[in-house]
Design a protein around this ligand. Structure first.
Ligand code: CP
Length: 305
């Protein structure tokens, strides 16, 4: 049984193939509208979500399938103490594929070990968010026409931001990618990621606290929210939450073809005035999330046959 727990579960050629399928869906949606007729997707969200859950559900509906599930742990039997393993075995009796978000890192691995149907990690704690990464890669590919030969700035909460961890891991497999890691000292990327991905793969990267001086060299600026829900101490969150606020004046020195991305939700880190800038591509990124999840559902269901 094929699952998607970590972006490294997919080879580069599989990712490239899914991006191609997503682009084909965008070009010819009518050819895909019955591909999942008779199939059911379960969305099990033990943590809040807008984009990931709804884009999975929209994806399955647009493939002609159906959707069931829950959007909070409290409305499931997890509230009565049921384990993830038992929940997954139960849901496998009702659905053909499962997308699961859970606050505990590693919960999707436990789920996949017990599941009789494909399990997709829709975000586990501060760990991984592989389908956001697929969304980001499709967006970069559509914006730039390539996934190699570029400088990617990642700004904000690089410690707890699971989308950042998955994106760095994924882009480290493409040629000539440089990372500029922009974060307050306390929110720098975890040491394990630096050593096991960046250093081990001999990647070109710099760490800085200064967004404005990094701006001119960036092809992609990936802004992130400070992850309040991962802090142990509210005072630390309040002190760090506005470390970076992207405003139109800060883009004066940016490239004309910069693409500004953000996994969303945003809080303060991108001023709404930036939304008018044609380089702001985060709402296009939202739409890409639906198309790449359609490609993923098709792939995992085909492999489960
Ligand atoms: N990007 C993302 O995961 O958004 P949601 O938390 O709204 O799903």
């Amino acid at each position: 049984m094929r699952h998607l727990i970590d972006i490294m579960d997919l080879s580069v050629s599989e990712i490239d193939e899914m991006i191609a399928v997503a682009k084909d869906i965008i070009a010819k949606p009518e050819e895909y509208c019955e591909k999942c007729k008779g199939k059911k997707l379960a969305t099990l969200f033990f943590e809040p979500s807008t984009r990931t859950r709804l884009s999975f559900e929209a994806a399955m509906y647009e493939l002609g399938g159906n959707v069931l599930g829950f959007s909070e742990a409290q409305s499931s039997s997890a509230a009565k103490g049921e384990s993830v393993a038992d929940t997954i075995r139960t849901v496998g009796a009702y659905a053909d594929i499962i997308a699961m978000r859970h606050p505990k890192e590693g919960a999707p691995v436990v789920a996949s070990a017990k599941s009789t149907v494909p399990v997709i990690n829709a975000g586990d704690g501060g760990h991984n968010h592989p389908t956001q990464t697929l969304t980001d890669l499709l967006t970069i590919s559509r914006e730039k026409g390539r996934l190699d030969n570029m400088t990617v700035g990642l700004c904000g909460d690089l410690k707890f931001g699971r989308t950042v961890h998955s994106l760095i891991t994924a882009m480290s497999r493409y040629q000539n990618v440089k990372f500029v890691l922009i974060a307050p000292e306390e929110l720098r990327i975890p040491e394990y990621l630096k050593q096991e991905v960046l250093v081990k793969n001999n990647m070109d990267f710099v760490e800085t606290t200064d967004l404005e001086s990094a701006m001119p060299e960036l092809d992609i600026l990936y802004m992130t929210r400070v992850q309040r829900e991962r802090f142990f101490n509210e005072q630390d969150y309040l002190r760090l939450k506005d470390s970076y606020i992207l405003t139109p004046d800060k883009l004066n020195n940016a490239k004309a073809d910069l693409a500004i991305l953000h996994p969303l939700p945003r809080v303060n880190e991108i001023s709404v005035a930036v939304d008018e800038d044609p380089r702001a591509r985060y709402f296009e990124q939202v739409l890409n999330g639906k198309y790449i999840r359609m490609a993923l559902i098709l792939k995992l269901l085909a492999e489960a046959k």
